[in-house]
Design a protein around this ligand. Structure first.
Ligand SMILES: [Zn+2]
Ligand SMILES: [Zn+2]
Length: 74
Protein backbone atom coordinates (compact mmCIF):
# COMPACT_ATOMS: atom_id res chain seq x y z
CA UNK A 1 0.00 0.00 0.00
CA UNK A 2 1.11 3.53 -0.77
CA UNK A 3 -0.05 6.98 0.22
CA UNK A 4 -1.35 9.14 -2.59
CA UNK A 5 -2.20 12.80 -2.33
CA UNK A 6 -3.87 15.17 -4.78
CA UNK A 7 -2.66 18.72 -4.26
CA UNK A 8 -5.67 20.17 -6.08
CA UNK A 9 -8.45 18.76 -3.87
CA UNK A 10 -6.23 17.78 -0.89
CA UNK A 11 -7.55 14.23 -0.93
CA UNK A 12 -5.30 11.63 0.65
CA UNK A 13 -5.88 7.93 0.06
CA UNK A 14 -4.05 4.67 0.62
CA UNK A 15 -3.96 2.48 -2.43
CA UNK A 16 -1.94 -0.39 -3.84
CA UNK A 17 -1.83 1.26 -7.24
CA UNK A 18 -2.15 4.76 -8.66
CA UNK A 19 -5.78 5.85 -8.22
CA UNK A 20 -8.07 6.92 -11.05
CA UNK A 21 -7.65 10.55 -12.06
CA UNK A 22 -11.23 11.28 -13.02
CA UNK A 23 -13.51 13.80 -11.32
CA UNK A 24 -11.22 15.76 -9.04
CA UNK A 25 -13.37 18.09 -6.89
CA UNK A 26 -10.68 20.70 -7.51
CA UNK A 27 -11.55 20.60 -11.22
CA UNK A 28 -10.51 18.30 -14.06
CA UNK A 29 -8.22 15.41 -13.20
CA UNK A 30 -6.67 14.53 -9.86
CA UNK A 31 -2.91 15.11 -9.75
CA UNK A 32 -1.81 12.21 -7.60
CA UNK A 33 1.57 12.37 -5.90
CA UNK A 34 3.03 9.09 -4.70
CA UNK A 35 4.11 9.86 -1.12
CA UNK A 36 5.64 6.41 -0.51
CA UNK A 37 4.90 3.22 1.38
CA UNK A 38 2.27 3.19 4.11
CA UNK A 39 3.79 2.42 7.51
CA UNK A 40 3.36 2.89 11.24
CA UNK A 41 5.03 6.29 11.70
CA UNK A 42 2.94 9.46 11.64
CA UNK A 43 4.17 12.42 9.62
CA UNK A 44 2.43 15.77 9.41
CA UNK A 45 3.08 18.61 7.00
CA UNK A 46 3.42 21.95 8.79
CA UNK A 47 2.19 23.83 5.73
CA UNK A 48 -0.93 21.98 4.57
CA UNK A 49 -1.66 19.97 7.72
CA UNK A 50 -1.73 16.65 5.89
CA UNK A 51 -1.21 13.70 8.23
CA UNK A 52 -0.01 10.39 6.79
CA UNK A 53 1.06 7.06 8.20
CA UNK A 54 4.28 6.27 6.40
CA UNK A 55 7.14 3.78 6.51
CA UNK A 56 9.72 6.43 5.65
CA UNK A 57 9.71 10.21 5.36
CA UNK A 58 7.10 10.93 2.66
CA UNK A 59 7.89 12.59 -0.64
CA UNK A 60 8.03 16.40 -0.33
CA UNK A 61 6.80 17.33 -3.79
CA UNK A 62 3.45 18.99 -4.52
CA UNK A 63 2.29 20.35 -1.18
CA UNK A 64 -1.27 21.66 -1.54
CA UNK A 65 -0.15 24.90 0.15
CA UNK A 66 2.45 25.36 -2.60
CA UNK A 67 6.00 24.18 -3.05
CA UNK A 68 7.29 21.33 -0.89
CA UNK A 69 5.70 19.58 2.08
CA UNK A 70 7.51 20.18 5.37
CA UNK A 71 7.14 16.87 7.17
CA UNK A 72 7.47 16.51 10.91
CA UNK A 73 7.57 13.06 12.47
CA UNK A 74 5.03 12.94 15.30
ZN1 LIG B 1 -7.96 15.83 -6.69
ZN1 LIG C 1 2.02 19.92 2.71
Amino acid sequence: MKNYHCKKCKTHIKSASRPAVFNCPGGGHHQWTDLGEVGSDNYQCGKCGLLVQSKNRPSVIDCSSGGHHQWTKL
